[in-house]
Ligand binder design. Structure first.
Ligand code: PHE
Length: 470
């Protein structure tokens, strides 16, 4: 608004399309696969509460900051940060935010694609009748067979990377606009039906309490074991993981939202759009939790089962519900789609940048980026079989877990912190005022206070806590 720049990569045709595409980026495996499994691992309600607080106090304000920077700069995150730092008389070093984001995008895609590959494999499992009448034990063994096979994992990972690359090569707009506005609502409806199933057939009360009953001591504890055997130790980890997940699930801190912000029409309101996106994303995660935990408890499964949780749980529901054969297949198709519309945004910052500075075509840039992510992803696929042993682990984590941990819990919050600091201190009030053009002064002042003090201090506290300083 302050300037009339145009993006060389095209524009969203309306604010509504931006909202839909960004919901497409935000809603993905993070909501349906990761949220339930980490909530299960970190013990439920207390973790969920911290995650919700992080969404409200850190996620939403920083998302507004990312969108406003993107629209102001109208270029890839790297070029945007360079350009705005120059205009605002700030250090050129701020562009590091953009570079770090590109690296985080690669790291995330390289494990994301493997999990998306599981979802692809389950489309065929379900369509072929492989889940019909399945028991909890049978479901665990189907999952075990899949992740135990490096060949299968690499094939599915390859398919998913090709799918992502193909859309990014065509330009995000063409590939995405229409599909997202139909399939995202479909996924939402599907989840509602599954919550209905969990209500009737699952142990709904126990699942609900697990998600929403807050036991504050669990905020600072990591526990393992069950019942009387449960053993807990004090740790800053749950806090760090909950905050990292708030960034991950909103696609924040690595430039994806900034890249999408670059294509937002001039006069669209950023505040309303951001809140809609964050609320939709949070609802999807909570619905996924409500669909899964009642089944986990009713089938005697383990909430802390780890990354396989939904793939071991949901088939039990699909395998035994009327129409589950079709229903399960459609569900996994929609899950693949949700992952797809997220992975596109993981590579968009890198591709947009290569197009700008190297003058490559989108096709060349997308294929190069896809090839690199593919190569990195092989290590994630092997983490479940050939490289699963302790001799291949660092700090007790496989390559898959390590990439997730470093990218989600360290790089994204750090990127978010720097984005908040740039908007609040590097650029200053006038830029934010112009871009946000919030008519109610009080609302702007509240956001400005949060982005200056609350979000940065919050992130810093969680970081210091997790390294044992606080
Ligand atoms: N938000 C996506 C999800 O929840 C993942 C993602 C993270 C996408 C970062 C883009 C950038 O599945």
């Amino acid at each position: 608004m302050g300037n009339q720049r145009e993006s060389v990569h095209g524009m969203w045709s309306s604010r509504a399309v931006f909202v839909m595409a960004t919901i497409g980026s935000a809603v993905g495996l993070g909501n349906i696969w990761k949220f339930p499994y980490i909530t299960g691992e970190y013990g439920g309600g207390a973790f969920v509460l911290v995650y919700l607080l992080c969404i409200a106090l850190i996620g939403i304000p920083i998302m507004m900051a990312e969108v406003l920077l993107g629209r102001r700069g109208r270029a890839s995150p790297i070029s945007t940060m360079k350009r705005l730092a120059r205009e605002e008389g700030a250090s050129a070093a701020w562009s590091l935010v953009g570079y770090a984001g590109v690296v985080a995008g690669f790291l995330i895609l390289s494990f994301y694609s493997v999990v998306a590959g599981w979802a692809l494999a389950y489309v065929f499992q379900s369509a072929g009748g492989g889940l019909n009448g399945i028991t909890a034990a049978g479901s665990a063994s189907v999952f075990g067979d899949l992740v135990g096979s490096p060949d299968q994992l690499v094939v599915w990972h390859t398919v998913f990377i090709l799918m992502t690359t193909a859309v990014v090569a065509r330009g995000v707009r063409h590939g995405l606009e229409r599909a997202v506005s139909v399939l995202m609502p479909a996924l939402f409806v599907m989840l509602l039906i599954m919550v209905g199933y969990a209500y009737v057939e699952g142990d709904f009360a126990r699942g609900f309490n697990f998600l929403f009953e807050v036991n504050f001591s669990r905020v600072f504890q990591v526990c393992s074991g069950e019942g009387a055997q449960i053993a807990c130790r004090v740790s800053g980890e749950p806090l760090l993981v909950a905050m990292g997940h708030a960034f991950f699930t909103l696609s924040l801190g690595m430039g994806a939202i900034m890249a999408y912000g670059a294509y937002v029409p001039d006069h669209a309101s950023i505040t309303g759009a951001t809140i809609t996106i964050a609320v939709a994303d949070t609802l999807v995660a909570l619905l996924a939790g409500l669909a899964i935990f009642p089944i986990v408890f009713a089938s005697g499964l383990e909430p802390g089962a780890g990354p396989g949780l939904i793939f071991q749980t949901l088939p039990v529901a699909f395998g035994n519900m009327p129409g589950g054969h079709l229903f399960g297949t459609v569900f996994f198709v929609l899950l693949v789609f949700a992952a797809w519309s997220s992975s596109i945004s993981l590579v968009e910052p890198a591709v947009a940048w290569l197009v700008e500075v190297r003058r490559w075509s989108r096709v060349t840039a997308a294929f190069l980026v896809g090839a690199l992510a593919w190569l990195l992803g092989i290590g994630s696929a092997l983490s479940f079989n050939v490289w699963s042993g302790p001799e291949y682990q660092v700090l007790g984590k496989t390559l898959f877990d390590l990439k997730d941990f470093v990218a989600s819990n360290i790089m994204l919050p750090l990127g978010g912190l720097l984005i908040a600091l740039f908007v609040a201190y590097g650029a200053g009030r006038h830029m934010a005022l112009e871009e946000l053009s919030i008519s109610r002064q009080r609302l702007f002042d509240a956001w400005w206070f949060v982005i200056r003090y609350v979000s940065p201090v919050g992130i810093a506290i969680v970081f210091l806590n997790s390294v044992g300083v606080l």
